[in-house]
Design a binder for this molecule. Structure first.
Ligand code: COA
Ligand code: AMP
Length: 633
């Protein structure tokens, strides 16, 4: 089968194409209808289908005689733990927790927040929530309590399931105090709290409010999976937008199952006999799709890795895992490879391991810089597949479909659109522009099954964020181009989102935090290039007149404030106090000009700027921190 034929097959009859793909899923009621356009530009898929996600990820494999097969390999160098969990064992654990939740009144449509590190219990909790038709929202452990509080108030969970701690190299991150503070801050108070106590940290439980994970489940055994409508959400995952209020991306149950099963086979070339490893975190979309759901839906083995690419204990950890568990494909962010390359540029650790099992490396989450791709190709001697997707789509938009036809790799491009996606490059008027020109990347509506139908309780925001600018298209927020061969290049974001170590963050949200400091009059945060993390945020603050405390002290305080309010994951370490921000005469902050100065790009000083001298101050401030190597304006 050729990629072009497959893409054409989809184009000829998308409904037929997706109904055929839906046959890989076990439905309680198979859908008769594929797309429903009656409420365009809001679309839905498989409306009349009924399905359960947990059944497809666990029960059906046990029923098909695969119960003894390993579902999850848990490898945690930070705790020195290794464990294998079979599909039968997983079913027992999931059943027990699901039954316990159900008996406490958690039911179809209720929300459950999961705040857990990379441990099997996180997956068990996710699956148990879907088993009873409830909706989970996993919150990444690197976020501070304020971020957790915002999510609690937005999705109003009936239950919160948390771990007692996460483990970062050199420190134990206690989750319980963060959780308590978040609940204190939030207006909505979840009825039920369940805490999984880890050996590394015993959280103090409040007998009146908190349940211990094991006590909560005592005496419960099982519960049948609850079928839900195909468009009922399986989860809500919050992602950064342009403000401090994250966007609650809604994932529809039916389309999610269909698109992940399709992608595993056709894009990643993974089947039931394979071991797949996504080195990410369950708190991100990569973790949802490729640590948890996709591998389990196809019935293969997934690796759950609690550690870092370097330092746990050395830059050979990835290679140890691949050889020890016979991993066929690794999926991670380029930043992980940059970290390894920095510590082991000649690949000395790679030589210690037999990596003959590895067939491919998949990179996503940020732009795959050519240096990293070439290094990975040279070291691993397997196809290095860059592919582009977003939390919103939940699966690959542009990629290289190894399961259909491995295409030529053009380094710098994630390759070509997958069936389901018509990718267009638009000018500012929404007109499609010709091959090779840079513009806003948009996707022709409707989007395929599994993509977000809306934002949680925020349909207007959904339309404003994604649909209104370019009628008939979904606006991705990325800019780029398509070459003559149809290869797509993703070059930059068109909004205030930056990508730090493969983590999507909002500079707007950081500005909102800086602005809360009593001594800060004005501020701006930009993303600047970083050799390891791809991008890191740098802040500029203007201190209120009359403040006579030292600017160094205030700089330190605002760095701490971002860590407290957003979390360590923001990697916000650099801030400079300056006299004024560069603005247009109408008062718009010239953030893109500041980014150009940081990048040492040459540019013409905007004619609309109100005071050119301020650019020199920005330049000097950036130089002080090792950015803006040359002045080119
Ligand atoms: N819980 C608590 N804190 C966390 C955390 C978590 N789950 N994840 C990260 N943090 C903290 C880190 O400890 C660090 O804190 P520090 O400022 O005290 O050092 C901070 O958040 C920034 O983390 P990170 O950006 O990840 O930097 P790092 O220096 O710890 O590690 C890499 C750098 C490259 C090794 C790391 O980012 C990595 O492994 N990236 C892989 C990419 C990835 O998984 N992407 C996900 C999408 S595919
Ligand atoms: P997230 O929603 O966290 O997955 O982040 C999605 C964003 O990450 C995209 O909109 C892009 O800006 C960026 N991104 C993801 N994959 C790639 C890629 N392969 N190349 C370039 N940018 C990418």
């Amino acid at each position: 089968m050729k990629y072009k034929d497959e893409y054409q097959r989809w184009l000829n009859d998308p409904d037929k194409y997706w109904l055929k793909a839906a046959e890989d899923i076990d439905w309680t009621k198979f859908p008769e209808v594929a797309l429903n356009s009656s409420k365009a530009p809001i679309y839905s898929w498989f409306d009349d289908g009924m399905v359960n996600t947990c059944f497809n990820a666990v029960d059906r494999h046990v029923q098909n005689g695969m119960g003894a097969k390993t579902a999850i390999i848990y490898d945690s160098p930070v705790t020195g733990t290794k464990k294998k969990i079979s599909y039968s064992q997983l079913l027992i654990s999931v059943n027990r927790l699901a039954a316990a939740m159900s008996s406490r009144g958690v039911k179809k449509g209720d929300r459950a927040i999961i705040y857990m590190p990379m441990i099997p219990e996180a997956l068990i909790a996710m699956l148990a929530v879907t088993r009873i038709g409830a909706i989970h929202s996993v919150v990444f452990g690197g976020f501070a309590s304020n971020e957790l509080a915002v999510r609690i108030d937005d999705c109003k969970p009936k239950i919160i399931i948390a771990g007692s701690c996460g483990i970062e190299p050199g420190r134990v991150v206690e989750y319980k105090p963060l959780l308590d503070e978040a609940i204190d801050q939030a207006k909505h108070k979840p009825e039920i709290r369940v805490i999984f106590q880890r050996d590394e940290c015993n959280a103090e439980l409040n007998d009146a409010l908190d349940h211990d994970w094991f006590d909560f489940q005592k005496g419960f055994e099982k519960i049948d999976p609850v079928p839900v409508g195909a468009m009922d959400p399986v989860y809500i995952l919050y992602t950064s937008g342009t403000t401090g209020q994250p966007k609650g991306v809604v994932r529809p149950s039916g389309g999610h199952l269909v698109s992940l099963a399709w992608g595993m086979k056709n894009h990643y070339n993974i089947g039931p006999d394979d071991v797949f490893w996504a080195a990410s975190d369950v708190g991100w979309v990569v973790g949802h799709s490729y640590i948890v759901y996709a591998p389990l839906i196809v019935g293969c083995t997934t690796v759950l890795f609690e550690g870092k690419p370097v330092g746990t204990p050395d830059p050979g950890t990835f290679w140890r895992i691949i050889s020890e568990y016979k991993v066929k494909s690794l999926f991670t962010a380029p930043t992980a490879f940059r970290a390894i390359k920095r510590e082991d540029p000649n690949g000395n650790y790679i030589e210690k391991y037999d990596l003959s099992c590895l067939a491919s490396l998949f990179l996503a989450g940020e732009r795959a810089d050519p240096d990293t791709v070439f290094w990975a190709q040279k070291m691993l001697k397997v196809p290095v597949i860059d592919h582009w997707w977003q939390t919103e789509t939940g699966s690959v938009i542009v990629g290289n479909p190894l399961g259909i036809e491995p295409l030529e790799i053009k380094v710098g491009s994630p390759s070509v659109p997958m069936p389901g996606y018509k990718v267009a490059v638009l000018d500012e008027n929404g007109k499609e522009i010709s091959n090779g020109e840079l513009g806003a990347i948009a996707l022709k509506l409707p989007l395929p099954p599994g993509t977000l139908p809306t934002l949680w309780n925020a349909e207007t925001r959904f339309k404003v964020s994604y649909l209104n600018n370019f009628p008939g298209y979904y606006e991705t927020g990325d800019a780029g181009l398509i070459d003559r061969d149809g290869y797509v290049y993703i070059m930059a974001r068109t909004d205030d989102v930056i990508n730090v170590a493969g983590h999507r963050l909002s500079t707007g949200a950081m500005e909102e935090v800086l602005a809360t400091h009593d001594d800060v009059a004005e501020c701006a945060v930009i993303g600047v290039p970083d050799q390891l993390k791809g991008e890191v945020p740098v802040g500029f603050i203007c201190i209120n007149s009359g403040v006579n405390r030292s600017s160094e002290l205030i700089e330190k305080e605002v760095v701490l404030l971002v860590r407290e309010k957003i979390g360590p994951v923001a990697s916000f370490k650099t801030v400079a106090a300056i006299n004024r921000l560069p603005k247009t005469r109408s008062g718009k902050i010239l953030r893109s000009t500041m980014v150009k100065i940081a990048n040492s790009e040459s540019f013409k000083v905007p004619a609309t700027i109100d005071d050119k001298t301020i650019l020199d101050e920005i330049y000097l401030a950036l130089r002080r921190y090792g950015y803006a190597k040359n002045k080119n304006f």
